[in-house]
Design a protein around this ligand. Structure first.
Ligand code: HEC
Length: 124
């Protein structure tokens, strides 16, 4: 029983210092942090979509195709299909490409390589 209480005290101390450490982190709120591809998306694909600018959409999606991670086998083709749709001024089809990639890869990307630089280093 006595040793049990020691564990509890030790745990409480660890928890306390963990909270202190988190409080000292300048960006304790994960939502306040931005990630390279997320920032790129906002500045490029999302900005072009908001402007309904097919040229900017085509450029952004062509560039995005070159960011394809090795193991994400449909990434480049989804992005290129989106770029082709933008060139044909088919904004709904562009949106389908955005949605298609987000459904297939967004969660996985966030899990596996969210800190990856954009553009990515070669062989990555
Ligand atoms: C080939 C894949 C792919 C395509 C195509 C794509 N995205 Fe994304 N997008 C991602 C990934 C992966 C993330 C997650 C990045 C992160 O949060 O670290 C993301 C994140 C975003 C975000 C950040 C907020 C959020 O939803 O998580 C926006 C905004 C966004 N995309 C807009 C667009 C728009 C608009 C298009 C189409 C014009 C588009 N994307 C096309 C892969 C793609």
């Amino acid at each position: 029983m006595g040793s049990h209480r020691h564990y509890l005290v030790a745990f409480a101390c660890v928890a306390f210092f963990a909270i202190q450490a988190a409080a000292a982190d300048p960006t304790p709120d994960p939502k306040a942090k931005t990630f390279p591809l997320q920032a790129w998306m906002k500045a490029n694909t999302a900005a072009a979509m908001a402007a309904k600018d097919p040229f900017a959409l085509a450029n952004a999606l062509d560039e995005l195709a070159t960011f394809a991670p090795k193991e994400y086998s449909h990434w480049a083709s989804i992005a290129k299909d989106g770029a082709a749709a933008a060139r044909a001024n088919r904004i709904d089809a562009v949106k389908a490409a955005c949605r298609g990639c987000h459904t297939q890869y967004r969660a996985r990307y966030k899990l596996e390589m969210r800190d990856r630089p954009v553009p990515p280093p070669p062989e990555n």
